[in-house]
Design a protein around this ligand. Structure first.
Ligand SMILES: *Cc1c(COP(=O)(O)O)cnc(C)c1O
Length: 475
């Protein structure tokens, strides 16, 4: 391939991309295919000879596209969205073209300095105090791991970095029973051990009970364990419950426990001043993460990690081999020391494109419209005799179940809703996922896609009416 071919195919692919976005609603959200069917269409060996880009693109359409789940579809209402937008995709093309490794200032000064300024913008956009400085990580899982490692090094005075865990000392980590699974994974990776993760009980709103947290900390202290870190969640993955940050922060201050906030999804809602009640108490939080790659129209990956104590973060991760030293080290940020990876993608560029192309006002307007659409969908569920609302709706995730009048056996209701979700998945017109709340099978609808309009929620509502009528009676 030469530069002329590249130019020709790049134009062709950009046309394909624009058509894809234009026609996204014509695709089934989720493919209805058997496991292995894509793998079986791919040859077991790489080609010895060069294939033409034409052939590759034909196979892309023929083999790959039919096996894709379309996260871009406004009828994708599963998990949490992984939104993108035109400016974000354009920036990602430039990032791929420049291909910079943004580990040190010198390896791309513009990338470092843009990241620095974007994190100031983001910090102010979501209403974090000025004391926070930020860095872009790949995912919230990684950011939370970084927070746990900071907590570990703080409580051991950098002892674990130096000589490993002390014998006969347990370090306890706390989160709620509704916390994202990545916290448990991070606890394992950081060496604390899964048994030292305390899953604190939640209240009726599925938010952490701060009294139960305090009890757990006390009982660990009595047992000679070291309470090391609390992970509070703003917007749990199951039902977007908001842990009471102010009360949790007070407990953490009282016992001098490191406090990390996981706002991976809900952080974007903080763009709206009227949603900042969610982070009351933020001043005494040590670290905070949210993912612009979920709801803020910036394509994966882009996770914003903020810390109050920059020195603690850098001391936790810093390495300084001779071959990475530069004369500017004292005057610049070297983001390789701000996390796990050495090589880092140039992710600040897409944030810059997104924030400038939308403008903060339009971003706020879009987020508000998602909250409004969710509010009206919630009211439909509440007012229906055939559905139960299963959790409060502080944001735009609605947890519900089908509940025909006079059917009150929990086991039958669970089975009926499993069947309902299965029908929805098979059909592929909408993609919804589920959770369990209080042991009850619960269907989740997340109304936050870049292209979401009121009509998509209306369409889902009619579809639910129609499909529940066809459900076979269940025992
Ligand atoms: C999505 C999510 C995560 C994991 O995010 P990644 O960026 O995929 O690691 C963690 N916590 C919460 C609350 C989430 O919603």
């Amino acid at each position: 391939m030469d530069s002329n071919d590249f130019r020709e195919y790049a134009h062709q692919i950009v046309d394909w991309m624009a058509d894809y976005f234009d026609n996204i609603e014509d695709y089934p959200v989720k493919p209805n295919i058997e496991p292995g069917s894509i793998f079986d269409q791919l040859p077991g060996q790489p080609p010895r000879d060069s294939k033409s880009m034409n052939d590759i693109l034909v196979d892309f359409e023929k083999i790959i596209m039919p096996g894709m789940t379309h996260w871009e579809s406004p009828r994708f209402m599963a998990y949490f969205p992984a939104n993108k937008s035109y400016p974000s995709v354009l920036a990602e093309m430039l990032t791929a073209t420049l291909g910079a490794q943004c580990m040190s200032w010198i390896t791309s000064p513009a990338a470092t300095e843009l990241e620095e300024q974007m994190m100031v913008w983001l910090r102010d956009m979501v209403g974090l105090p000025d004391e926070f400085t930020g860095v872009i990580q790949d995912t919230a899982s990684t950011a939370t791991l970084a927070a746990l490692l900071m907590a570990r090094e703080k409580i051991t005075d950098f002892g674990v970095n130096e000589s490993g865990f002390p014998a006969n000392q347990q370090f306890a980590i706390y989160c709620s029973s509704e916390t994202h699974s990545s916290i448990e994974k991070d606890v394992k990776i950081a060496g604390f051990g899964r048994q030292n993760l305390r899953k604190i009980q939640v209240d009726d709103n599925f938010a952490m009970n701060p009294e139960a947290l305090e009890e757990a900390i006390k009982s660990d202290l009595n047992a000679g364990h070291k309470p090391t870190c609390v992970v509070a969640t703003i917007g749990t993955t199951g039902s977007t419950a908001i842990d009471p940050l102010k009360e949790i922060a007070e407990v953490c201050s009282r016992y001098e426990v490191f406090l990390h906030v996981d706002a991976a999804y809900a952080g974007t809602a903080l763009l709206l001043p009227e949603m900042r009640w969610m982070i009351e108490g933020i001043n005494s939080v040590d670290t905070f993460v949210f993912n612009p790659h979920k709801w803020m129209f910036t394509n994966f990956d882009c996770s914003a990690f903020f810390v109050q104590d920059e020195e603690l973060l850098v001391r936790t991760f810093e390495i300084n081999p001779e071959y990475l030293r530069t004369p500017e080290d004292k005057r610049v940020k070297n983001y390789r020391d701000w996390g796990i990876q050495l090589g880092r993608r140039f992710r600040a560029l897409k944030l810059w494109f997104v924030i400038r192309s939308f403008g903060v006002d339009t971003l706020q307007k879009k987020i508000r419209s998602h909250l409004d659409i969710a509010e009206s969908f919630k009211r439909q569920i509440e007012n229906s005799e055939h559905f139960d609302l299963m959790a409060p709706v502080p944001l735009n995730t609605i947890c519900f179940r089908y509940h025909p009048p006079s059917m009150d056996d929990e086991k039958i209701l669970n089975r009926l809703n499993m069947k309902l979700l299965d029908e929805i998945q098979q059909n592929g017109h909408f993609f919804l996922t589920h959770t369990k709340l209080d042991g009850k099978f619960t269907i989740r609808v997340v109304l936050g896609n870049t292209r979401l309009e009121q009509r998509h929620a209306d369409e889902l509502w009619s579809y639910l009416q129609k499909i529940t009528q066809t459900l076979p009676p269940s025992k």
